[in-house]
Design a protein around this ligand. Structure first.
Ligand SMILES: C[S@@+](CC[C@H](N)C(=O)[O-])C[C@H]1O[C@@H](n2cnc3c(N)ncnc32)[C@H](O)[C@@H]1O
Length: 210
């Protein structure tokens, strides 16, 4: 936790990915959420207006405590109760096995220092028929773009409060053992290509014997 990541970066976040235009991607990504939802990397709560009516309650996890007054207003406007837990998602989370219908990460797998344990926690707390929804940016399939991502990643990690440009998102999710994965890859318009390689999809919790 630093002054930059806690006090300055949240404003940048709201400015860049808190737009109505970006909200269309959030809405599309979150459309299948339902029931009891876990969101890892809650940030400033920018997903809240885009959750569908089928969501009953949200447990929000974030390592940082960002813009508390603004976040409180967003929570008050939500159509379901929200409980925030300021925790490191790489550690064991205080939730029972198989207790969530949906788990969500948006623009978060880039920032968690070691996303493997966080994905393992998602797998643990999802019900057997639960859905993991992800909307992330990551490594390009174009080797020239990927090389550029590798080169500028050290700078991005500083200005993006730990954000990495070059993570192979689909591999990370598969390596965490998720059994079924639907994946849409696209390039975000009007954004630098190195930051615009999007991964949107849904994955199911691993099943023994699958
Ligand atoms: C780029 S922001 C995205 C915020 C939000 N998901 C969104 O779509 O606007 C990444 C978030 O992941 C959080 N994060 C990074 N590492 C984390 C960790 N180990 N545990 C929990 N949250 C973490 C950061 O604090 C930050 O809020």
């Amino acid at each position: 936790m630093s002054f930059y990541s806690n006090r300055i970066f949240p404003y940048i976040l709201d400015l860049l990915v808190g737009t109505r235009e970006f909200g269309r991607y959030r809405r599309a990504a979150l459309a299948a959420s339902r029931g009891k939802v876990l969101e890892i990397g809650f940030g400033t709560g920018l997903n809240l207006p885009y959750y569908p009516d089928a969501v009953e309650r949200l447990a929000a996890v974030d390592a940082e405590r960002m813009l508390p007054a603004r976040v409180a207003r967003r929570i008050a406007d939500a159509h379901f109760p929200v409980e925030i837990h300021h925790l490191d998602a790489q550690s064991r989370l205080p939730f029972a096995d198989a207790s969530f219908d949906t788990a969500v990460t948006t623009l978060t797998l880039c920032s968690i220092p070691n996303p493997g344990p966080a994905l393992a926690e998602i797998a643990r707390v999802l019900k057997p028929d639960g859905l993991y929804i992800f909307f992330e940016h990551g490594r390009s399939d174009d080797p020239r773009v990927a090389r550029l991502q590798d080169r500028i990643n050290p700078v991005q990690r500083v200005i993006g409060a730990g954000c990495n440009l070059n993570r192979p998102i689909a591999d990370l999710i598969r390596n965490a053992g998720f059994g079924t994965i639907s994946l849409e890859r696209f390039i975000l318009p009007k954004s630098p290509r190195v930051m615009a390689e999007m991964y949107r999809g849904e994955a199911r919790r691993p099943w023994r014997g699958q």
